[in-house]
Structures are given as C-alpha cells and as structure tokens.
Write a protein that binds this ligand. Structure first.
Ligand code: ASP
Length: 439
C-alpha cells in the first residue's frame, strides 16, 4: 500500500503542528510521499507565509527595501526549525532568494518559496528525500499546466524512490521559470503525485474533518459527509463548498484513486472519502447543500420563440461575445432565462441588452438582480420520489419564494434560485428537511 499525504498550511504553521504531522506520518509506513504547503496561520490574525512572500516581493519589484520583510519570513522558518530541534540552516537559501528578488525573478517564484523551504524543513525532519517540484511539475511555455508531461516526468523521477517530500503549489516552464497553480494549489500537487506513483489513496490533511452537509457558518453543527463521489463534489465545490482546490480531483480521477480528507488536529476522525463511485447510500438522501449569492436573471420573452430555430444559440452568442459565462438557463415555451454572475454582468448590462435586441428582437426583456442559487446535491436522489416536493413545501412553509428550479436529468442535483436575502434561511430549511433532528 502506498499513500500520498498532503498537509495544508495550518497543519504546518508551527513546530507543534509539524510534530503532529510527524506522528501521523510515522504511524503508517505506507505514508511514503509527502506534499507540504507553506506555513499557514498560527492564530486567527496571523499571516500566511505565502502572503508574506507576495507582499515582500511587491516591495522588491517596486525597488523598495525588503530586507525586514524577508527577515520576518526567515524567522518563521527558524522558529519551526528550532522548535523541532533540527540542525538545519536556511541561511544560504535566503541569500539566494534575496538575490533573486533583487533580480525580479517574478511573483510566482516568490510565492513558491514558501512551499520550497517548507519542503526542505519537512524532508530534514522526516529523513525523506527532497524532490524540488520545479523538476517534476511541468507547465508549458504559455504557463499552462502540462498534465501528461508532468505525469511522465514525475513517475520516472519517483521510480525506485522509497520516501520523498515534494513541495506543493508550483512547478516550472520549459525555460526553468517557476510557475504556481492558483491559490490553494498544493492540493493539486498532491493529486498529481498520487497519479504518477499510482498511489492507493491520496490523503489530504487539513484543519477540518472533511466536508459537511452544509456550510457550518449557516447551519449550526452540520453533519459531516462520510463518502462523496467526484461528481457530487464538483457540484458542491462549484457552489461554494471549499475544502479542496477544485482542480485537485482531475489527476487522481484519471487513475480512480480515492481522496481522503483528514484532520491533522483530530487524526482519529475518519474524514470524508471522495470516490469515483460507490454503492454506499448517504443515510439522509442528500449528500450536501451549498450555494452562492450574487446572480442576475435575464428573462427574454417572445411569442412563438419555440418555433424559431437558432433562438437559443443567438442569445448565448451575445453572452459569449461579451465574455460572460452563463450559469443556468431554465426555459418555457415563449421565454428563456439566463442566469449570470452579477459582477460579470453589471458593467456590460446595457451593451448586452442592446445586442440581445439586435440578435433576436424579443417582445420584452426582464432583469432581476440579487439572486442566490442553491444546489441540493446527492446520488441518493436518483429514483427517489418526492424529494423536490419535500424541498418546495418546506420552503413554502418558511415563506421563501422560489425564483427558479432546475433539475439535471442525471438527478444528481436540484438547483433552486431565491432572493439573496433568503439564502441562509433557505439553506437551513433544506438541511432541516433531510436531517430532521436538526430542526
Ligand atoms: N501556500 C499556497 C497558498 O496559500 C498554496 C497552498 O497552500 O496550497 O495558497
């Protein structure tokens, strides 16, 4: 059995957290490949090392003095090194970083040093080999991640390696320029390593015991999710449930490797298993409910719209031409509604409306702003009757007016549109339908 274990920033924020991580790794021989993030926050008001690096580099690029800020970063590492009792000095590394900052090596290079240095500390602490991610995670010359080249390079490099630490978050372009993923990207690196070595499982250690059925900021003490499929997770994370970087599922999915979200501060908790498919039924029918505020609906009415071939395409073309992506598109016989993000739409509003008039000569266009979309997601909903009815009657009882309903034919999700101001109440109400003891 081989496991890839990724630890997030809060799991590595201090020497004490490092010790917890060390215990977790040493308690299981199969935890052979470790992907660390940069040190995160030690307490609520603390600053992540990655953010310190971005700031420090901004000063360097502006030609201002940055020694003090770099020293504060060095201090964070030295505190960890000292707390772990290691005989390791990062002095030379910091000297190199200072020179590269002066030479304006780039923002990505700067940010990546958080993971790079933490990888060196981690490898030293565990006695594992250090593999610089810049040598195994490949981006193309345009800065796009090259999945297949990376997989080959990584697999070849790690072949025969017993135990290694590969820092998360970054890689390099063909000319050696360091490039990072988007924020939180160490999750992606962990997944890439798991794919390359064909791991049995990818453990992603963080500071929560997995996914919750609903956002704990809205629902008090929500139930946790034991098993979720990749598809359900995509739906939920797209709608705002954030524990894992949204691109992290793609590499492991190619190999059918499950991801286990675990809590460094509660290692006895089983966490959430993310799998391709499962016959395990969620005990409360739905797997999760999540949503986002800030949408606008654009309803276009025209008599006999249904017989006008190409109508939908022409409407969507207008949004495409204006660089606006649409989220949902419920339709009636003579009406078609397009949901878009309010912040993407507002500044182009009048231009879009004029173009819609030109493109399809509608009878009327009606706009409604400040809408929220809520996704009720669950593989358990398939072939189960009465689910939508239960949701809608509960929302009606709570006096929440539904603006839109959209159920995909896969029966994996039901999307409900409500006004922004009902968003929290709607989530609570829906949660209460499926987990009645919470009422
Ligand atoms: N350190 C990076 C960030 O703060 C990447 C990561 O933690 O995954 O976004």
């Amino acid at each position: 059995m081989v496991k890839v274990v990724k630890f997030g920033g809060s799991s590595l924020a201090s020497a004490d957290q490092f010790k917890k991580v060390g215990n977790i790794i040493r308690s299981d021989e199969s935890r052979r490949f470790v992907v660390p993030s940069a040190p995160g926050k030690r307490f609520k008001e603390d600053t992540k090392v990655t953010d310190m690096l971005y700031k420090c580099y901004a000063e360097a690029e502006a030609g201002k003095a940055f020694d003090k800020q770099l020293k504060a970063i060095e201090d964070r590492y030295n505190e960890i090194i000292k707390g772990l009792g290691l005989k390791l000095s990062l002095k030379e590394n910091f000297e190199t970083i200072r020179k590269n900052f002066e030479a304006k090596a780039g923002e990505d290079y700067a940010a990546s040093r958080g993971e790079y240095l933490n990888g060196i500390v981690m490898a030293n602490y565990l006695g594992y080999e250090f593999v610089d991610a810049a040598t195994v995670v490949c981006f193309d010359k345009n800065g796009e991640f090259d999945a297949e080249k990376t997989n080959k390079t990584m697999a070849a490099r790690l072949k025969g390696v017993e135990k290694a630490v590969i820092p998360g978050f970054y890689g390099a372009m063909p000319n050696g320029t360091v490039k990072t993923f988007s924020r939180g990207g160490s999750d992606v690196t962990g997944s890439i390593v798991a794919r390359a070595i064909k791991a049995d499982i990818y453990e992603n250690w963080t500071d929560v015991s997995g996914f919750m059925v609903a956002d704990p900021r809205i629902v008090e003490n929500p139930k946790s999710i034991d098993i979720i499929t990749y598809r359900e997770l995509r739906e939920l994370s797209y709608m705002g449930a954030s524990v894992l970087h949204e691109s992290a599922i793609f590499p492991v999915r190619k190999e059918g490797i499950p991801i286990n979200i675990r809590n460094t501060n509660a290692p006895e908790d089983k966490g959430t298993m993310i799998v391709e498919t499962t016959c395990n039924r969620p005990d409360c029918i739905i797997t999760g409910v999540a949503g986002k505020k800030g949408f606008v609906s654009i309803s276009i009415d025209k008599d006999m719209m249904n017989s006008e071939i190409g109508f939908g395409r022409k409407v969507l073309q207008v949004f495409e031409d204006n660089g606006i992506s649409f989220e949902h598109m419920p339709s009636g016989i003579d009406t078609m509604t397009v949901f878009v993000h309010q912040d993407e739409f507002v500044e182009k509003e009048q231009k879009v409306l004029a173009e819609l008039h030109r493109a399809v000569s509608p009878d009327s266009i009606d706009l409604e702003s400040d809408l929220a979309l809520i996704a009720v997601v669950g593989r358990g909903m398939k072939n189960n009757s009465g689910i939508a009815a239960n949701i809608f009657s509960a929302l009606a009882k709570a006096k929440i007016n539904i603006k839109m309903i959209d159920q995909g034919s896969s029966e994996l999700n039901i999307i409900i549109g409500v006004r922004n101001r009902y968003f929290e109440d709607a989530i609570k109400t829906i949660y209460g339908v499926f987990i009645p003891e919470s009422k």
